[in-house]
Design a protein around this ligand. Structure first.
Ligand code: ZN
Length: 412
């Protein structure tokens, strides 16, 4: 039976590629038993749409080319070069591969893919291999590390880090024990729930603590920004006392000298806000406070030096070995990051610096204190208040360039 060939336009509107048109033409010549070189060449014209780009191209060819199939085919290939699939750039590929997310919480679940029931990790492995094949890298291990980085911890545990190729990598995932995957996914879920609960508790405590203190801390933050180049700040006496001022209680001075404007003497619009002393009880009994006090100094707060950092790392290891990864309470003092502020000194619980409250903390997520240290700082301040406010070395945190600068200046 004769194959019907659609005529060729050559202007990109054809439904088949130039190469497939050419193959179809050759097949039809064979089918028709036309073997003569010249006859094949001369018939070609009948398969080009009248007046089309291809038709005009043919008409413009030298006569000897139009009569020789060999020459004509070469000219055709030259005019309509075989299209090669566009190769994906490294960046596109990385993007697509990293967009294929395998979420811990979906592990062990069965989904339907094209009418087939399969586990999420198997379906994921299929997608990854398809993409690697598309990019022509399936037999290399190029970029595997990027995908591996985003894998759920349990899969990472089960799959060796070094893989010869994407084929090996995806096969290893498909072959991983489903029991172990389910077990690991369950552990992850419990861990995540604990972490979420802890975060919620921290936020609640932060709200409780910062509410009465917000006004003062906001003011001090503004003042400290204004005085950014004047550290170490020299304590001075408050220049003006509000008419209704009362003698400040020890440890709760109304206006800290360092926060008074340093450069201008005549600023009339400074408001002096009375500090709500946080060393007032926060529902903690005297016994609770007495028990808490020694825990503040139970662990050495190391200096920000190589030796200090090593000491700190050892403290963290020790703490984790004793208490596990997340849980913390009033009886489990957590090591303080070297260079950060003293406990109960009105510090930001997120970064351990002074001059701002946690909710205004701009320190990048990855530079924040460990969640246990944040919790520990909150617990200490909740029970004892900011008892160290007056004797703490001020630790300034410079936002904006990812560098934490310590503008340290003793206040008293
Ligand atoms: Zn902070």
């Amino acid at each position: 039976m004769q194959e019907s060939i659609t005529v060729f336009n050559g202007d990109g509107t054809d439904t088949v590629s130039p190469q497939d048109f050419m193959r179809a033409y050759r097949r039809s010549m064979i089918a028709a038993g036309i073997v003569d070189d010249q006859e094949r060449a001369e018939n070609f014209e009948f398969y080009l749409r009248t007046g089309s780009v291809a038709d005009q191209w043919y008409a413009a060819l030298p006569a000897q080319t139009r009569h020789s199939w060999r020459s004509l085919a070469m000219e055709f290939d030259d005019r309509w070069e075989p299209r090669t699939a566009v190769k994906k750039t490294q960046q596109q590929l990385e993007e697509e591969l990293t967009n294929l997310k395998l979420d811990s919480k979906d592990l062990g679940k069965v989904i339907s893919v094209g009418g087939l029931d399969m586990y999420t990790h198997i379906s994921w492995a299929h997608d990854v291999l398809r993409l690697a094949k598309e990019a022509g890298i399936e037999n290399s291990n190029s970029l595997i590390w990027i995908v591996r980085k985003g894998l759920p911890p349990i899969i990472k545990e089960l799959i060796p880090a070094t893989q010869a190729s994407w084929v090996h990598f995806t096969r290893a995932i498909e072959d991983a024990s489903i029991e172990k995957i389910k077990e690991g996914a369950e552990k992850e879920r419990v861990k995540q729930e604990e972490a979420d609960a802890l975060k919620a508790r921290i936020q609640q405590l932060e709200r409780q603590i910062s509410a009465p203190d917000v006004a003062m801390r906001n003011l001090t933050a503004r003042m400290q920004r204004a005085n950014i180049n004047t550290t170490p700040a020299q304590p001075i006496n408050p220049p003006v006392q509000p008419a209704n001022a009362q003698a400040p209680a020890a440890g709760a001075q109304q206006v800290r000298g360092a926060y008074a404007p340093a450069s201008t003497g005549g600023r009339g619009n400074i408001r002096y806000v009375r500090q709500n002393p946080l060393n007032a009880p926060m529902r903690a009994s005297p016994e609770e406070k007495a028990a808490m006090l020694p825990r503040l100094t139970a662990l050495v707060h190391h200096e920000d030096t190589p030796a200090g950092l090593a000491g700190y790392a050892a403290q963290v290891r020790d703490w984790t070995a004793r208490h596990g990864n997340i849980r913390i309470d009033e009886t489990t003092p957590y090591p303080l990051r070297p260079g950060t502020a003293m406990l109960c000194s009105g510090e930001c619980f997120k970064c351990g610096g002074h001059g701002h409250i946690s909710s205004a903390c701009l320190v990048a997520e990855e530079s924040l204190l460990p969640i246990q240290e944040r919790m520990w700082r909150i617990l200490c301040t909740r029970i004892l208040g900011t008892i160290n406010r007056n004797r703490a070395v001020q630790v300034m945190v410079v936002f904006g360039d990812d560098e934490e600068g310590n503008g340290e200046g003793p206040l008293a």
